[in-house]
Write a protein that binds this ligand. Structure first.
Ligand code: FMN
Ligand code: EPS
Length: 355
């Protein structure tokens, strides 16, 4: 059945449920000879893993230690499928017993059951944000490939709970709990999260992804347009409800004379296109933003129904994030890297065929 394989040449499958024994990813199509170790993958996973005590974050404590089961030899990729496993260490499925027959508003409970007729209700099962750990592990492998080609991808928080970052000082991201490039905004974000936490509610926000060193020529003019593939990849992350590239929605309000990026022998004078023109990278920085919805599992009373369709109410306790931000930041990076790795390999095949 379609829907589970991501990519065409750099292909990824993730597997596992939030409260099952483990989760993981299989990557097929990674070129041989790339330097790889559990430590480089771990670095990425540590940025996403839950239970580090962040203000907006779930108290579920997962070490998220990755093991490489295949596809490498003496510290290098072999060109064969790379299998990565992360054991679930702190699932506590009992916390979901009372939710077995009730649908949480905003989560995937109701649609999953309608589709499959069977549902692992524990922790959201396959629809859990936990699945994104496997994406981050796979994205770390793509990062190694992209690094060899001088491509660098970085994501950061530009809004949380309606508070917007005015600055883009990327050097301050690591100093604050939200990975935000604006110190003052980060302070306000913290206050907002603490207030909303007290109210038993949750928050959404916006993540920006900046890609440097992407050569011109990645993507296709129709269908597998680079912007289309990036949008799909980022939108495939749970809780992402919108993606814009470059000027994005604002482009609809601009005049053509304002929106066009003038071309000079030295390059483009502006970057409203966000690094992609007619589906193909133009050599400028690729800039993408993802709108993240508030976490659905909240402590306030909400109307819902049970599996028999009877009206009831629900108040959700347990260990939930107040916002998917900031843990979703490395996930956005990973998904963008997977798309760029795939299109880079496609362009390399294309270049060979042209000779
Ligand atoms: C990193 C991350 C952490 C999340 N944490 C939670 C959580 O603690 N509780 C919750 O109910 N949803 C959480 N979510 C959101 C759900 O996974 C998401 O609402 C669900 O997948 C449905 O999203 P959709 O409507 O965008 O497809 C998280 C999502 C991500 C990406
Ligand atoms: C486990 C992770 O996040 C989980 C994502 C999640 C959800 O519904 O998406 C709900 C919570 O699960 P639980 O109730 O089992 O603690 C989060 O902790 C993770 O990101 O690794």
């Amino acid at each position: 059945m379609p829907g589970n394989i991501f990519g065409t040449l750099f292909r990824v499958v993730t597997w596992g449920e939030s409260h099952g024994p483990a989760i993981g990813a299989v990557i097929d199509g990674c070129p041989p000879g790339l330097p790889i170790s559990p430590e480089v993958i771990q670095e990425e996973l540590d940025r996403r893993r839950p239970g580090k005590g962040g203000v907006a974050e779930t108290s579920r404590r997962e070490p998220d230690r990755v093991e490489i089961l295949s596809g490498t030899f003496e510290g290098k990729t072999t060109g064969t499928p790379i299998s990565l496993i992360i054991w679930n260490k702190d699932p506590k499925p009992g916390a979901y017993d009372h939710l077995r027959d009730i649908f949480r508003p905003g989560h995937g409970d109701i649609t999953y059951l309608k589709k499959y007729g069977i549902r692992d209700h524990r922790g959201g099962g396959r629809s859990s944000g936990r699945e994104t750990a496997a994406r981050v592990a796979a994205g770390a492998v793509a990062k190694i490939l992209l690094k060899e080609h001088g491509i660098d991808v970085m994501a950061y928080t530009v809004a949380l709970g309606g508070i917007e970052a005015k600055e883009r000082d990327l050097s301050v991201c690591k100093e604050n709990p939200f990975f935000c490039p604006d110190r003052d905004a980060a302070e306000k974000m913290k206050e907002r999260v603490l207030q909303v936490k007290k109210d038993g509610d949750s928050l959404g926000g916006i993540v920006e992804v900046l890609c440097k060193g992407v050569p011109p020529g990645l993507g296709d003019p129709v269908f597998d347009k680079l912007d289309a593939d990036l949008a799909k990849a980022v939108m495939s992350i749970g809780a992402v409800k919108g993606v814009e590239i470059g000027a994005g929605f604002k482009a609809s309000t601009l005049l053509g004379s304002e929106n066009n990026d003038p071309i000079t022998p030295q390059g483009f004078l502006t970057n409203n296109a966000g690094g992609i023109l007619a589906g193909i990278s133009n050599g400028a920085e690729i800039i993408l933003r993802a709108a993240v919805k508030p976490i659905p599992s909240i402590a306030q009373e909400q109307k819902t129904i049970d599996v028999e369709g009877r009206s009831t109410t629900i108040k959700i306790g347990g260990r939930h994030d107040i916002s998917a931000i900031p843990r979703i930041v490395p996930v956005c990076e990973a998904m963008v890297r997977l798309v760029l790795a795939d299109h880079l390999l496609r362009q390399m095949v294309n270049a060979q065929a042209k000779r």
